[in-house]
Ligand binder design. Sequence first.
Ligand code: ADP
Ligand code: MG
Length: 681
Amino acid sequence: MRGTDSRDALARRLAKLGLAGQCDLVLHLPLRYEDETRITPVGEARTGKPVLVEVEVVDATVAFRPRRQLVVKARDASGLVVMRFLNFYPSQQKALAVGARVRAFGELNSGFFGGEMVHPRFRVLRRPEPLATSLTPVYPTTAGLPQWELRKLVDEALASCPLTETVPAEIRGTLGLPGFADAVLALHRPTPGADLASYESHAHPAWRRVKFDELLGQQLSMRAHYRARRAQRAPALGADGALTRALLARLPFRPTAAQQRVWREIARDLASPHPMNRLLQGDVGSGKTIVAALAALRAVEAGHQAAVMAPTEILAEQHYRKFSEWLAPLGVRVAWVAGAQKKTERRAALEAIASGETQIAVGTHALFQQGVAFARLALAIVDEQHRFGVHQRLALREKGSGTANEGAIPHQLMMSATPIPRTLSMSYYADLDVSVIDALPPGRTPVVTKLVSESRRDEVIARIREACRSGRQAYWVCPLVEESEALDLQTAIDTHAALSAELAGLRVGLVHGRLAPAEKAAVMEAFKTGSKDVLVATTVIEVGVDVPNASLMVIEHAERFGLAQLHQLRGRVGRGVAESACILLYRNPLSESARARLKVIYENADGFVVAREDLLLRGPGEFLGVRQSGVPLLRFADLANDADLVEAARAAAERMLAEFPDAAAKHVERWASGRADLLKA
Ligand code: ADP
Ligand code: MG
């Protein structure tokens, strides 16, 4: 019997593996298997592959060179094997006496005397014993939890947990997947002769069944979420379209076909009496802002308010300016709300929002803080949504309840310039509708990307001079110093001083996160209107800044940036008609992963390709930022290789929710168990 202490210790170890209840062990699947179902003659064992041998000890000595070790020589009819133990107990030494019969499992390498096993797992046979009848699973484990104990616990779970089928035969049949019980039993206890390669590559039908189930669990819970939200009420924003038409007529450009399509998708959602939850994706520079403006204007046309939130003050300010420029001439009242605003200004803005006088409020996260109350908020637009946590997004949506909307909640439009590969968005964003702007506006010149070693900085300086002499402007992005914001700031200040000297005659500005908002706005304005030639910046300009005349971007210590950041930064140029370039300055030696990132960004201009590579390099958790997305990660399915299963699970989920709700609920319960910690993240 285990004491309470050791039971607690066991529970803690299991919890580390994400195993909360006994039946979670059913889904704790082996990493690989060892074949102890047959004995390999020593003389026939291929080297480099673990085998089970049965031998008799012919010599056992403790040697002291090169260090203390137990050297056991043993043989079967076909040959001799030397087993070496660097750590051993006296009891083991005693058991491995001359004449003992031993079954040893391990890799057989060729050594000085022939076959050699280092630290084989062994068992001394006192009497003949039967061989294992299934392959021996090797489970993911944690310190203090040996494989034999995990195997025993899994055996108990398999015997006592109901391995109920949750996927109706109608759905399973068309996919050719085995039953649940068959699949998990096959994975935990494969029969001898099973095709190990297909197990290990996870291509075996049993693995496909488990991966399908996992994806189905994810789809079911996210689609259920989606349906629940759709069942709520939202203000139906139907309107005659006079204002949106007027805006389109005033624009200096014609929206692209892609922009028109996504706007139709959004307008259709807004006209419905249920809340929209749509993600608008479009590469950097694809023109999401005008689509957002049209959506906000639709709320205004229908007699409601809209809120536009951006993650940084610079970006929010820029939106405020764009929206004012576009909408004020139409008589729309736009207000600005930010954390660092003057008290009186802020109070006035909040009053106008609360009274309903303001029709569109633009700002940072200050928009959803306490004390901000909307008269009739009908649409919340969140730019660069991945920069916000789930809670922040929810908070803004909640601003719509308890107002003149009478229990209805606002529509939500999220925007992201980080293109998300299709399988990933089908999977992790299954609770959203997604619109994609898949083409850039016409007339853009592709940005030329260059990789330049820091030792050639002089050439880069000359290049900046040249660009500015021909009337263009340049960005110089300083590296991010992760450990310290102060250091970060100092780097930017030093770089600004150095560049001002090196680029004597040019007007060099500086913008960083610590500037007061008014100073920040002044610098940006000076760059925008062309009274600064060069803008030295920290990554505050990463998202959204739009200065079409800037044609050159230098990123110092590019090796320190992530792929998404590099792509975002590069997107700040190539917005006008001029030939644009992005120079990635790097310092040797490069780490393996930095080299891989720079290669991807150098070779690819398309944001979707960059994102796909980023996903491959970092995996979905890092890519999405699990903490932010609040979605549990997949354990078994692999979005890169199991795209067909993602599609199948999506279709099956819709059908199960409609036709087999009980089975759907059971399925979700099985797959959600023990993962609640991640759901809360
Ligand atoms: P992003 O999707 O990165 O937010 P923006 O909305 O900032 O892109 O648009 C980038 C630039 O392209 C802006 O200067 C914008 O005015 C311009 N733009 C947007 N749509 C079009 C279009 N259809 N034709 C020409 N220029 C456009
Ligand atoms: Mg933008």
